[in-house]
Design a protein around this ligand. Structure first.
Ligand code: ZN
Length: 293
């Protein structure tokens, strides 16, 4: 999401990517590596957002996402900030700063703790999946801007695919749980709780404005993440693919879709990665191997 924001006085805790990088705060280093990534969790002024504040402080996603972004040789720092916003709030990227509102995290917590949450997604996964997804998605916008990444398609879709690719390759040990949590969050965005609810939505046509946005619709994002995950590892995600009733005519091409994302990542983004650092930090990630033919 993109929107114009006003800068706020920062009173939260700031974690710099490295002590050396921390000295670069406020400067614009040329192609520095590791990149400077600031993670700031501002204390909320609304006491009802305390649970969300505690979530972001204990969640390891922010540290892991910061590690991923430090691999890139970037001309400027990225700031990832969580804070209270008016209303439920959302998440967006603007001029080097990712902002995610505590209301956004509260919605994730509410969905995870709903008695209607289906058994195929754990409460933990229903939290960790969408938290990882939003941090990586919004951070992808910063990479695309800083690296002037060419995109033949909508940037919002590209940000989704960046997040999926990183989850599958870097967070591989947790990928199955994380993807189930993301699928559940998109079901909730579509006002469903489970795949079995989807037939009841068939006659509920979203307002036309829903198709005018920059993002794909929640159900399109749902099927895309399931397709790309099953294209990465069919066996691991077969159950999710079958449960979601991903159309067979698309399911047959999911491996190709995943390979297309991997090819784009390795062609467009890997040249900006510090390969030695990537190998040292994520030895099993296979981020930098040659592009698929
Ligand atoms: Zn976005």
């Amino acid at each position: 999401m993109h929107t114009i924001i006003k800068w706020l006085t920062v009173t939260g805790t700031c974690f710099a990517a490295s002590s050396a990088a921390a000295q670069a705060i406020g400067t614009a280093p040329a192609q520095s590596t590791p990149a400077t990534i600031h993670v700031i969790h501002e204390p909320p002024t609304d006491p009802s957002q305390q649970a969300a504040y505690e979530l972001v402080q204990r969640d390891t996603t922010f540290a892991r996402a910061r590690d991923v972004f430090t691999l890139f040789k970037l001309p400027k720092p990225i700031t990832i900030r969580t804070r209270g916003c008016s209303g439920r709030g959302g998440a967006w990227y603007y001029e080097g700063t990712v902002t995610i509102c505590y209301g956004y995290f509260q919605t994730i917590l509410d969905n995870a703790r709903s008695p209607e949450r289906p058994s195929w997604v754990s409460e933990e996964a229903a939290i960790a999946g969408p938290v990882a997804d939003v941090v990586l998605h919004e951070g992808a916008h910063a990479l695309f801007e800083f690296l002037k990444t060419p995109l033949l398609g909508r940037e919002e879709d590209a940000a989704d695919m960046f997040a999926t690719f990183v989850l599958l390759n870097v967070f591989r040990a947790d990928a199955k749980a994380l993807i189930s949590g993301i699928a559940y969050s998109y079901l909730n965005d579509a006002r469903a709780r489970n795949f079995t609810d989807l037939p009841t939505l068939e006659n509920r046509v979203p307002p036309s404005r829903a198709y005018g946005g920059a993002h794909s619709t929640p159900l399109q994002r749902l099927y895309s993440v399931i397709c790309h995950a099953s294209g990465f590892d069919e066996a691991a995600f077969r159950e999710l693919k079958v449960s979601s009733d991903l159309p067979a005519w698309r399911a047959g091409g999911c491996e190709d879709e995943y390979n297309q994302i991997a090819h784009a990542f390795r062609t467009l983004l890997v040249p900006h990665i510090d390969a030695d650092r990537a190998k040292a930090m994520f030895p099993d990630a296979n981020l930098t191997s040659a592009p698929a033919p």
